[in-house]
Ligand binder design. Structure first.
Ligand code: PXP
Length: 247
């Protein structure tokens, strides 16, 4: 297949993490959203966590008002979050597993095991014209579950791939990369748009970006961390360049 231009969604959660560390207004994730737009990002991704450790309810409307970029709301499959999503009408909602004690989203959603719980949520979001994505492991049984749930998008968790590279396990990382590539092909064949994200950096993004069926990457922690050294605009531009070169 001919690879399309790969979209970059920038997750701005950790701008809010730094803001919240001091309890004031600075740095403001809204300003980060404006920079994402100026730097050629294709979307803003924000995770409203149950404990509001970074993005807060009031940030969502402000982000939507400040930029024309589509908002991808990452959310747990709870009644509270569904109501917030319906009240804000983001372009997309990515359903993620969430445990209060975890530092970040540590594994994919068990869409296969939670079909009955997820089905009404996916339907309510889809009926409100919100593009539903399921954050899953790159596994055939999870893709089958996404097909049964009629999710238009899946996002593959790339954390394992990133972690294996960091640990120096090249063979393991290659195996994981193949799992992601096979899963992307399977999703695409079934009419589901594959995305990917978690743990992506300048050093590991290229092989993921080269997978032709993947339409979007969502990247946060590294871009915000790198922004401390080179600025947010430059951090996004470099990521964008690496992604474009991979295609
Ligand atoms: N995609 C999803 C669904 C996520 O939950 C996260 C982390 O919030 C990301 C992408 C971005 O991961 P990272 O911050 O490691 O780039």
């Amino acid at each position: 297949m001919t690879p399309h231009r790969l979209r970059l969604g920038v997750n701005i959660d950790h701008v809010a993490t730094i803001r919240n560390a001091r309890g004031g207004d600075h740095p403001d994730p809204v300003r980060a959203a404006e920079i994402v737009a100026a730097a050629g990002g294709d979307g803003i991704t924000a995770h409203l966590r149950e404990d509001r450790r970074h993005i807060r309810d009031g940030d969502l409307k402000r982000i939507q008002a400040a930029t024309a970029l589509p908002l991808n709301l990452e959310m747990a499959a709870t009644e509270e979050m569904v109501e917030i999503a319906l009240a804000h009408s983001p372009h997309a909602a990515c359903i993620v597993p969430e445990r209060r004690e975890e530092r970040t989203t540590e594994g994919g959603l068990d869409a296969a095991g939670q079909h009955n719980r997820l089905a009404p949520i996916v339907t309510r979001l889809a009926d409100a014209n919100i593009r539903v994505s399921l954050f899953i492991e790159p596994e055939a049984r999870q893709i089958d579950a996404a097909i049964r749930l009629k999710a238009p998008v899946v996002e593959f968790h790339t954390g394992r791939y990133a972690h294996m590279l960091l640990a120096g396990d090249r063979v393991g990382a290659e195996t994981e990369l193949k799992r992601i590539a096979d899963a992307a092909a399977l999703a695409h064949k079934n009419g589901i748009e594959p995305h990917a994200g978690h743990g992506l950096t300048f050093d590991n993004v290229v092989p993921i970006a080269a997978i032709p069926q993947i339409a979007e990457l969502n990247i946060g922690h590294y871009l915000i961390g790198e922004a401390i050294f080179i600025g947010l605009e430059e951090s996004i531009r470099r990521m964008r360049m690496l992604m474009d070169e991979a295609r």
